[in-house]
Design a protein around this ligand. Structure first.
Ligand code: FAD
Length: 463
């Protein structure tokens, strides 16, 4: 039996970042992980592998559509699917080994195996019981499916199966037009699959800015994705090689079916806390399976904390990381704070979609008077040169104070551009502050400045 200041259960972005921060703060730290490799969903079967496939297929798309226009002629690339998967696996390996290296560097013990909490202050891994003053649960999430839909990870798959398909399907049906469905759907559309997305709501990416939703759907449509919206999936019948998806349209109750070689079920994720023994301990869990915590990530049981996808809030790696750092600093006696009003969210399609803060719909509902400034990438020289002029930046600012309340971007590098606005929001900046900041030319960031000029009422220059 070993004794620690902190044991973290789960080594995803919440858990491993927490472990490193604990160690940096001088706490004797261990992290339990049952998977063969560190890094959790994010590094093994989530953010990183999906971005590898998005990157390679985006380059393919660029080569097929824009190379000749730019005067780049010659043999166009063809797809070697096993090599593409090998590249993705190599990227995963580099990242998970990177975390292992950081654990060694920071003297964090990796307790290999599945952990449980037999009582407060104790963590059991295999036959060993370890002691810890603080136990932090960071066990993440797993895909949730629909009634009547059985996952086999070959023909009917979650994102995990979709990242390692044996071959590129001719026809793919994606159930759910959220972030994961659209990212992976666009990967396969670029690889030549006929992709149909079936969504229960009447819009794609429910909850996002309405103008972004409209333009995003139009752009993805041009890339070959077909959308069936307002449709409730009734069930999926699968054989070893094919599947049939039946759905009912909400507007007229009409029923129809779709044939597919692969069905990707991307209808959300749910917290994963199996086998921890939370029930026996009396740790409070919500109806949705989320561990209940206070502002300091403390559960109702002394010395047990929880962070990341297994508690409430957006299921995002960077949210989990921030909570990981905050809980570590709290345990070490500091007074950290996570600003949930400024957590960016990004969809890594081409073009990217990014948002932070409030939407117009939320502001209207709250009766909050605001000004919206929008700038189209069409007016941005760099975007035009790079065949990336579709999309816009929209900044929302308080009508009276000009303070930035939110931003919504669809366009090139949106996932990077959003951070300038996040920093501005953290500092309580006004749209005019961004508008009066000199931005290098020619950059995509100039579109952010132009939107800020518009939102502040000064007026965009190139609009
Ligand atoms: P996880 O990353 O889920 O890690 C939990 C770990 O705990 C796992 O490794 C698990 O094996 C381990 N574990 C569980 N129970 C036990 C136990 N009892 N004992 C030992 N170990 C245990 N987010 C983004 O921000 N950006 C993206 O681009 C993005 N892309 C995604 C793409 C896909 C396809 C998916 C599925 C998710 C994506 N996400 C993305 C979401 C992101 O992966 C999660 O929000 C993030 O991983 C949550 O981190 P976490 O630390 O809470 O849990």
């Amino acid at each position: 039996m070993a004794s620690y200041d902190v044991i973290i259960i789960g080594s995803g972005p919440g858990g491993y970042v927490c472990a490193i921060r604990c160690a940096q703060l001088g706490l004797k730290t261990a992290c339990v992980e049952g998977r063969e490799t560190l890094g959790g969903t994010c590094l093994n079967i989530g953010c990183i592998p999906s971005k590898a496939l998005l990157h390679s297929t985006e380059l393919l798309h660029e080569a097929e559509h824009n190379f000749t226009k730019m005067g780049l002629k010659g043999k166009s690339p063809s797809v070697d699917w096993p090599q593409m998967l090998a590249y993705k696996d190599d990227v995963i390996g580099q990242n998970t080994k990177g975390v292992e290296f950081l654990f060694k560097k920071n003297k964090i013990d990796w307790l290999k195996g599945w952990g449980s909490i037999p009582e407060a202050g104790k963590v059991k891994v295999g036959d060993e019981v370890h002691e810890a003053k603080h136990i932090i649960v960071a066990t993440g999430s797993e895909p949730s499916s629909l009634p009547g839909v059985e996952i086999d990870e070959k023909v009917v798959v979650t994102s995990e199966g979709a990242l390692s398909l044996g071959k590129i399907p001719k026809k793919m049906v994606v159930i759910g037009a959220g972030v994961i469905g659209l990212e992976l759907g666009s990967v396969y559309a670029r690889l030549g699959s006929e992709v149909t997305v079936v969504e229960y709501m009447d819009t794609i990416t429910p909850g996002m800015d309405a103008d972004v939703q409209r333009q995003f759907q139009r752009i993805l449509g041009k890339q070959g994705l077909t959308f069936i919206l307002g449709a409730a999936v009734q069930g999926v019948e699968a054989t070893k090689t094919k599947a049939k998806v039946s759905y009912k349209l909400k507007k007229d109750d009409s029923e129809a079916t779709l044939d597919a070689d692969v069905v990707l079920v991307s209808t959300g994720r749910k917290p994963y806390t199996d086998g921890l023994g939370l029930d026996a301990l009396g740790v409070k869990v919500s109806d949705r399976g989320q561990i209940e915590v206070d502002d300091h990530y403390r559960t109702n049981i002394d010395g047990i904390y929880a962070i990341g996808d297994c508690i409430a809030g957006p299921m995002l790696a960077h949210k989990a990381e921030d909570e990981g750092m905050a809980v570590a600093e709290g345990v070490a006696g500091q007074h950290p704070h996570v600003n949930y009003g400024v957590i960016p969210s990004v969809i890594y399609t081409h073009p990217e979609v990014a948002s932070v803060g409030q939407t117009e719909a939320q502001l209207k509902e709250a009766g909050h008077a605001y000004r919206a400034g929008t700038f189209q990438f069409m007016g941005n020289g760099r975007a035009r040169a790079n065949f990336a002029a579709e999309g816009f930046v929209k900044i929302l600012a308080d009508q009276a104070t000009d303070r930035i309340l939110g931003a919504h971007i669809i366009g090139p590098m949106a996932g990077d551009l959003i951070h300038e606005i996040c920093v501005a929001m953290e500092f309580g900046a006004a749209a005019e502050d961004l508008a009066r900041t000199c931005h290098a030319h020619p950059t995509y960031s100039e579109a952010v400045r132009e939107a800020a000029l518009a939102a502040s009422g000064m007026g965009a220059i190139h609009a």
